[in-house]
Design a protein around this ligand. Structure first.
Ligand SMILES: NC(=O)c1ccc[n+]([C@@H]2O[C@H](COP(=O)([O-])OP(=O)(O)OC[C@H]3O[C@@H](n4cnc5c(N)ncnc54)[C@H](OP(=O)(O)O)[C@@H]3O)[C@@H](O)[C@H]2O)c1
Length: 240
């Protein structure tokens, strides 16, 4: 069976990716920054007898990413899935962290958001590109967000999170071109919808199982023609 590696898989959408890929018979490398606190992941690993492997990986700690890549040296990873993300100290939708407002910007919060959402996934992709290149699937995807779409911004606000997802989209587009040409890899960006997780909050539109079932279909259908583009969980395409 194919193998998927998921970052940020101890809760939210990452955890649901692990649950659904494991149920479909895939081998799953489930990464979490604090595996000792990842009880839901441990339960999934137990339920799937050796097919869900939990690995420590903090996307803001480059040594931890390199160490995980070394531990997994020689493994083929069909789908590299960057799901870990943050909205910073205002992380649950609607909490209105004052430092996210114009005139009161908390720049340490901006830096943390960029470490998790931008430089984190870039380093994960650098560290694992050879694992993906040796697989049959050869796909790299990242959870972006519609709020990173400049064309779709009609409500303003969310400065740091929007900027981080726009930056993610920008470098992923370049990687789609570069790794597509040089290595034949398929790189794409995904929007999960507004989902009821800690980040999305209880008033969001859809639940995690619906979002992830849709995204797995989108990932299955990715090919060279669909690379370098921005896909919503329902299979429709988003503008930049
Ligand atoms: N939910 C939505 O409505 C929505 C909409 C659009 C896009 N997204 C994107 O979808 C992705 C998943 O969101 P979610 O709703 O599942 O968020 P969530 O419920 O807040 O979960 C975030 C996940 O990211 C992990 N994470 C945060 N910082 C990390 C780090 N430094 N290293 C490793 N893992 C780290 C968290 O681990 P800890 O438990 O250790 O903190 C957790 O597993 C994110 O990229 C988000 O931006 C979500």
């Amino acid at each position: 069976m194919p193998t998927v590696l998921v970052t940020g898989s101890n809760r939210g959408l990452g955890l649901e990716f692990v649950r659904q890929y494991a149920a479909a018979g895939w081998d799953v490398i489930a990464c979490a920054r604090r595996p000792e606190r990842a009880a839901d992941l441990a339960a999934l690993a137990l339920a799937h007898e050796g097919r869900v492997q939990v690995e420590a990986l903090d996307v803001t700690d480059r040594a931890s990413i390199d160490a995980a890549a070394r531990r997994l040296e020689g493994r083929a990873i069909d789908v590299l899935l960057c799901s870990a993300g943050t909205m910073g100290r205002g992380s649950t939708a609607g909490t209105g962290f004052p430092g996210s407002r114009f005139g009161e910007i908390d720049y340490a919060d901006w830096e943390e958001i960029f470490r998790v959402n931008v430089t984190g996934p870039m380093k994960v992709i650098e560290a694992f590109v050879e694992h993906v290149a040796r697989s049959a699937g050869r796909k790299i995807v990242a959870l972006s967000s519609i709020v990173g779409s400049i064309a779709s911004n009609t409500s303003g606000g969310l400065y740091a999170y929007r900027a981080s997802k726009a930056a993610l989209n920008a470098f992923m587009k370049s990687l789609a071109i570069d790794l597509g040409r040089s290595r034949g890899l398929v790189v794409a960006m995904l929007h999960p919808g507004w989902v009821r997780t800690d980040m999305g909050g209880p008033r969001a539109d859809i639940d995690a199982p619906e979002s992830i079932a849709g995204l797995i279909k989108v990932i299955d259908g990715l090919d060279a023609a669909k690379a370098g583009r921005f896909w919503r969980y329902d299979g429709s395409e988003l503008p930049w």
